[in-house]
Design a protein around this ligand. Sequence first.
Ligand SMILES: [Fe+2]
Ligand SMILES: [Fe+2]
Length: 139
Amino acid sequence: MAETKELIKKLNKALEWEYAATIQYVQHAATITGAQYTAIAQELVVHANEELAHAVSVSKMIVDLGGTATVDLEKRAVSDDEKKMLEQDLEGEDIAIALYKDIIKTAKDCGEFGKIYVLEGILAQEEEHRRDLLTALGR
Ligand SMILES: [Fe+2]
Ligand SMILES: [Fe+2]
């Protein structure tokens, strides 16, 4: 029971980051201009939609565990510089990847194997987002 509470708490933190990532990607996708950023600007719209889908999945998971899904959100980062925006997005993905790895461990302790399947899918998408950003940054 204490572990389930811990899992709900961690999922709510992830949810705050999902909301923030959705908003940040919408803003960055609209703001990034320049011929060399056309492909990544389109990709950021895809990311925004995927982050929103993660928020929906995670909020359902929280309620299913007996918790209340938060409407709070984590901080959003903005910049006038294209490269800086992508760096900010990359930081967000690193945070998400670390959070979901930790959440999956806690979900294992709770025996929530069905949820782990969903969480691993989200983690795999965060890793794809990270890869997209690294490619756009030429790394
Ligand atoms: Fe996400
Ligand atoms: Fe992501």
